[in-house]
Design a protein. Structure first.
Length: 444
């Protein structure tokens, strides 16, 4: 405990790190306050119908990703998911269209162009989603809830909702550039974690007043910690590949015969596959219409987050996106070339193409169990609901919520630890460095 307190003091001794943390906290505070700013023309005291709609099902997930802004008819109601959807489309285009492939290879200038295209596509998605959200407001709220009506309210609200999401996206980029990094992921995480205390208290009250009592609640908490530990192991798991460096003669001294290891992560994609899969699963709602009353049988089946078809397709998408994101993040060919340039080789494997093929085969083998375990963790909330856990608390029993919390927290701690170690302070863990997703998939 004493060492931990000393580490906290060291964090605030480093001016640059202290400023980055305070800047990040300030941006996150602005984001959380924005949740309570209701759209002009909507009476915030008459949102009961909207809150009831977002209490269960896929709408509760949509509200969670927006940090509760969806159910508040807030200026941030559409959250950051339109930007994530645009990012998915652009990254998929990078596989199929040569123009985007060239941009990906152009370094920083190409990245800026891709980011610009992603922003334009985000605006286009928002201009489709905002009118759908307003139609849902009219369907769920009484006429007395609208102080303003007509064309002016519609146009102004569409502009405000679009601007709100773009502002949230800008805040995420500011955190990435001037804060402690992983801006968009932190914004998603802070909205999720804000619900955890309320969900825990609600589950505690439900157990005391219902079946099981305190013992059942304590068992749930113990199982929850077991799932958290398993998720941490999934995020941090690696397969070490031995690398032998050839002998070198520098001056009159001979160096060589040094064996090191390449740590290949079991889940190099981090939490991105589950975020991408969740964004795809929300498409029927956000494009067909938010009101479940208007959905057909097919869309209704996919709006039931505890149903068979929703979970089956979700698991399949997570596995596919894990391979996809690992493929665009880990480049075996580049790794093989770097090894060859630095006089390194994998024992028993020829340098160059054979090394690239060997690394690719290793990544394929370790990615499969990693992706399956990721899919299992994503489906745990359904199992939790079936054994009697409330819907609110079940969201944190695995799934998107837990994976994002664990992944982003580990990434953030790793960012802070790197600043400490760079300035010769002890890290947050004396037994070894925290392993986040660095070297794997960067957060959006």
């Amino acid at each position: 405990m004493k060492a931990f307190i000393e580490t906290i003091k060291n964090i605030f001794k480093i001016e640059d790190l202290r400023n980055r943390i305070l800047y990040t906290l300030g941006i996150l505070l602005i984001y959380r306050l924005g949740k309570y700013i209701t759209l002009p023309g909507v009476d915030p005291s008459q949102l009961a119908g909207l809150k009831q709609q977002t209490s269960t099902g896929i709408m509760s997930l949509l509200d969670m990703f927006s940090g509760g802004a969806f159910s508040q008819a807030s200026i941030f109601a559409l959250g950051i998911m339109p930007y994530i959807s645009a990012s998915i489309v652009v990254q998929l285009l990078g596989i199929a269209i040569p123009y985007f492939q060239r941009l990906q290879k152009e370094g920083e200038s190409g990245r800026r162009k891709i980011n610009q295209i992603t922003r334009y596509l985000t605006v286009a998605i928002l201009l489709l989603q905002a009118p759908s959200y307003l139609m849902n407001l009219h369907a769920r709220l009484p006429d007395s809830a609208f102080v303003l009506k007509g064309t002016f309210f519609t146009i102004s609200s569409v502009i405000i909702l679009t601007t709100g999401t773009m502002f949230v996206m800008w805040m995420g980029e500011r955190i990435t550039d001037k804060g402690i990094g992983n801006g968009i992921s932190l914004i998603i995480m802070i909205g999720i974690i804000a619900r955890l205390p309320f969900a825990t208290v609600a589950e505690f009250g439900a157990r005391l007043n219902g079946s099981g009592g305190l013992i059942a609640f304590l068992i749930e908490i113990v199982l929850w910690f077991v799932v958290i530990i398993g998720t941490i192991l999934l995020v941090q798991g690696t397969r070490r590949v031995p690398v032998q460096y050839a002998k070198r003669i520098i001056g009159n001294k001979q160096y060589g015969g040094v064996r090191q290891y390449i740590p290949l992560k079991v889940n190099a994609a981090g939490v991105m596959p589950i975020i991408f899969a969740q964004a795809i699963m929300m498409l029927p709602i956000v494009f067909i219409g938010y009101s479940s009353d208007k959905l057909g049988g097919f869309a209704t089946a996919f709006s039931n987050i505890y149903g068979f078809w929703y979970n089956m397709v979700m698991a399949f998408l997570i596995i596919v996106f894990t391979y996809f994101y690992t493929a665009i993040t880990i480049n075996p060919q580049q790794m093989a070339e770097d090894l060859k340039k630095n006089g390194g080789f994998i024992p028993g494997v020829k340098p160059g193409r054979k090394t690239a093929e060997f690394l690719d085969s290793i990544m394929s083998r370790i990615t499969l169990p990693g992706s399956i375990f990721l899919a299992i963790v994503a489906l745990l909330p359904t199992l939790a609901v079936n054994i009697g856990v409330s819907n609110q608390f079940a969201h944190f029993y695995g799934g998107t919520s837990l994976l994002i919390l664990v992944g982003v927290v580990l990434d953030t701690l790793q960012q802070i630890e790197s600043h400490l170690l760079m300035r010769h302070y002890d890290g947050l863990m004396k037994t070894g460095r925290i392993k986040g997703r660095a070297g794997g998939a960067a957060a959006i």
